[in-house]
Design a protein around this ligand. Sequence first.
Ligand code: ZN
Ligand code: ZN
Length: 177
Amino acid sequence: MDKLIFSISDILNRPMGNSEVYSFDVPLDLEYIEKKGNVTGKIEIMRIEDALNVVATNLELTLKAKCGKCLKDFTQKVNVVSAERQFEINKPESIDDENDVYLINMKNYTIDVTEMLRQEIILHFPPVSVCSSGCKGLCSYCGKNKNLAKCACSEPIEENLEQIKPLAALKEFFNKK
Ligand SMILES: [Zn+2]
Ligand SMILES: [Zn+2]
């Protein structure tokens, strides 16, 4: 399957509980998010009363990301184990939120799972992008990447400053005398 619109005319006419499984490998548009390759996964479409139950499993996507600590570009995997939605035959009479309602396209007997997958992927985004849990980041004094090499500055300077301060104050005290 290379698109996220599935024909459902067959499954719609089958008894309740019948299902179809499709694998997909598609370029999903995520607007401002930079991707590397396609979104892959499986979709199970099951006939239920007045609707189709759609379960997406093993959604996978690789993103281009920038480490928040060392600013290095790296790739990050987003994985959604399982997500479920119901696609209704008829629009429900009372709706809390339009965005939560999924409808079967009854004109050409298809369902479009693009929005469902887009929502799930965004929901499962890692909150902070870091190239690795042990990333040392950039030195706040010289800006060098501390993962690559140890720089001359960093902590020792800070310690020295702390040590110098009382002496300097004392010196100033004696100079004034
Ligand atoms: Zn990093
Ligand atoms: Zn440094």
